[in-house]
Design a protein around this ligand. Structure first.
Ligand SMILES: CC(=O)SCCNC(=O)CCNC(=O)[C@H](O)C(C)(C)COP(=O)(O)OP(=O)(O)OC[C@H]1O[C@@H](n2cnc3c(N)ncnc32)[C@H](O)[C@@H]1OP(=O)(O)O
Ligand SMILES: CC(C)C(=O)C(=O)O
Length: 581
């Protein structure tokens, strides 16, 4: 069937409640919410192959390490695995961690659920019933009134076998009550049923009841969900004994926004899963929510310092790969391929690395948080392909060779990189770019025109003398010069090539050769009479590498002006041999 020409024949616009005096749009997120991880319940019930006992335990321990203090461990009525697993969590969870377990409004299920958590220090019983008119009529085939009565009856039963039971006093009990499909529920009915539940449960200031507002199915844009939440909180009007919690699903792809706007609207607790696992399009992604806060300077209270390891474990257990563009965790999220992005990132890092003292505020263009903070590396930030420019290449060579290449050399080298990437039809790895650079500029080749060279210093080491025999038009000629540095000396010696002086500019770094040897690498630009040439050479010392590169660059410079080399002394063969020997 094709898509409908008039979709309104099948789909209706969501009937949003009216809240013209809403206050949430002018609020800001300034603190973290209470987090609940429901990976082992809502996440688990959405897996083709639910986690077994050991897998749940591995996941549970990871959630503890991340820092969750409220963890929904399962649906003990659903299976023996969940029942037994809950018992283990009860026995071994740290004292400051609340174990949450879910049960529908069915007495046999509530009883078995309580049996699974008997002896626990702190437990949240998550009890729910659908309150949306659609669910009430379609799923339960009943009325709001009947659903209301069922809710009250089961909350009263739960209370009688938990906090009112003299044998259960070793446990701190809390109730989380969810009007299921709150997102699709008449908000006034949600308020009515939640107020009544709260009255029956009788929360205290120390342990406020959790009123959880599930967007069981995300029905509207996040601003509407925020209106519903703000309206609900006004209706409950008890911030002391009621904690309003959010449980957004992601059907419209807006769960993160819904959770953030819902907090602006006054909710102080959020339920979700790592990497947004969960029914259909998933629960809200807690990694994204937490790191969004972090990137605004707010401590989320969850530790994602080693996000790649957390991701690996979650992927292995759930068999659900994290999308390459998933915020913060995806493989591509700190990667730039395009020239403009790479250039900005490189400049950003350069500036940031130069900042000293005081807080170093993160302002790297295109990179919202420091990849290092969550276990990613800077090296992975830039990848080079045919969309890349010199900025990206500069980044790669800077990291591979410790070499801050000048702009004009980069410009010309970037053409070679582009064409190589196009030829291969893919991204070039850092080692391929480095190799291409070394080959393109014959960096590792000895210049056959430089037959011999010597560098000597006077006793005071203030004057360097360079003597070299170079082949010009197949004839050996001598260049001799003095200067404060080897480059000055070469410049002086070669002034015979041109009517004006030779100027050398140089940068240097380190190169690790295939055999593991580390050598200095020098890039020298030779300029005279407004014309420039480049050479790149390696040697054991920086000065020697500079000297070799300067000689090669100068020889390249002069090759188009034959007359001038004749000013250099021509050496007889014997002298060449003695010199070189
Ligand atoms: C939005 C959520 O995520 S809610 C949590 C959902 N999670 C799960 O369902 C995972 C675990 N579930 C299970 O193992 C099973 O569904 C069980 C054991 C709970 C129940 O199994 P069954 O008795 O076979 O029922 P079934 O799976 O068909 O569930 C539907 C029944 O539960 C009823 N039901 C649904 N929600 C609730 C509720 N909150 N309270 C009471 N009954 C409910 C339905 O009306 C339906 O009743 P009916 O059989 O009289 O028509
Ligand atoms: C019942 C609640 C907590 C839920 O999982 C949902 O509605 O999605």
């Amino acid at each position: 069937m094709p898509m409908l020409e008039d979709p309104s024949q099948k789909y209706q616009q969501f009937a949003a409640p009216e809240l013209p005096d809403r206050t949430w749009p002018s609020k800001k997120l300034t603190k973290r919410p209470r987090w609940l991880a429901t990976d082992l319940r809502d996440g688990n019930q959405a897996l083709a192959k639910p986690l077994d006992f050991d897998q749940k335990w591995t996941f549970f321990q990871m959630l503890l390490r991340i820092g969750f203090k409220e963890i929904e461990v399962g649906f003990p009525g659903a299976s023996d695995t969940d029942f037994n697993f809950t018992k283990r969590c009860v026995a071994e969870a740290p004292e400051d961690v609340w174990i949450e377990v879910m049960t529908p409004c069915r007495k046999d299920f509530i009883r078995r659920t309580i049996d699974s958590v008997t002896g626990a220090k702190k437990v949240i019983i998550s009890l729910y019933i659908a309150t949306s008119d659609n669910f009430i009529s379609t799923v339960f085939e009943t009325t709001r009134e009947a659903q209301f009565r069922t809710a009250m009856e089961h909350v009263a039963y739960l209370r009688s076998i938990t906090k009112d039971d003299p044998t259960q006093q070793a446990t701190t009990w809390n109730l989380m009550w969810s009007p299921e499909a709150f997102s699709d529920t008449d908000t006034t009915f949600a308020i009515e049923i939640c107020r009544a539940v709260k009255d029956i449960w009788g929360p205290s200031e120390e342990v406020p009841i959790i009123l959880n507002l599930p967007a069981t199915v995300e029905m509207s844009s996040p601003n509407t969900y925020a209106d519903q939440v703000e309206m609900f909180i006004r209706g409950i009007a008890d911030p002391v004994k009621a904690c309003v919690s959010l449980h957004p699903h992601n059907d419209r792809g807006c769960a993160v926004a819904a959770a953030e706007l819902g907090q602006l609207a006054g909710a102080t607790r959020v339920e979700g899963c790592l990497f947004g696992n969960g029914e259909r399009t998933g629960n809200v992604d807690l990694v994204t929510l937490a790191l969004n806060l972090y990137s605004q300077g707010i401590d989320p209270g969850l530790d994602f310092s080693d996000l790649p390891a957390i991701r690996k474990t979650a992927e292995e257990l759930t068999h659900i790969p994290v999308h390459t563009r998933a915020p913060y965790a995806g493989d591509s999220v700190f990667l730039a391929y395009s020239g403009g992005h790479q250039d900005a990132i490189r400049k950003g890092f350069k500036k940031w690395n130069q900042l000293e003292g005081g807080p170093r505020l993160w302002k790297i263009p295109y990179i919202p948080i420091d990849p290092n903070d969550i276990g990613s590396s800077y090296e992975a930030v830039i990848r080079v392909n045919s969309q890349s420019g010199k900025g990206g290449i500069a980044w790669v060579l800077q990291h591979a060779l410790d070499l801050d290449l000048p702009k004009d050399l980069l410009q010309s080298f970037s053409l070679a990189v582009k064409s190589e990437s196009e030829k291969k039809g893919r991204t070039l790895e850092s080692n391929e770019i480095t190799k291409l650079f070394l080959e393109n500029y014959h960096v590792l080749d000895k210049d056959p025109r430089v037959l011999a060279y010597q560098k000597t210093n006077d006793i005071a080491k203030t004057l360097t003398t360079v003597r070299a025999i170079v082949l010009i038009r197949n004839l050996p000629r001598e260049v001799v010069g003095h200067g404060a540095t080897p480059l000055d000396a070469v410049s002086f010696s070669l002034s015979a090539f041109a009517n004006s002086r030779f100027d050398f500019e140089s940068v240097w770094g380190n190169v690790t050769l295939e055999d593991g040897q580390v050598r200095k690498i020098a890039v020298v630009k030779c300029t005279s009479s407004s014309r420039s040439t480049w050479s790149v050479k390696t040697a054991g010392t920086m000065e020697e590498a500079q000297l070799l590169a300067a000689l090669s660059a100068a020889l390249d410079w002069q090759k188009d002006i034959p007359a001038q080399h004749q000013r250099l002394r021509l050496l007889p063969i014997v002298e060449v041999a003695a010199y070189a020997g």
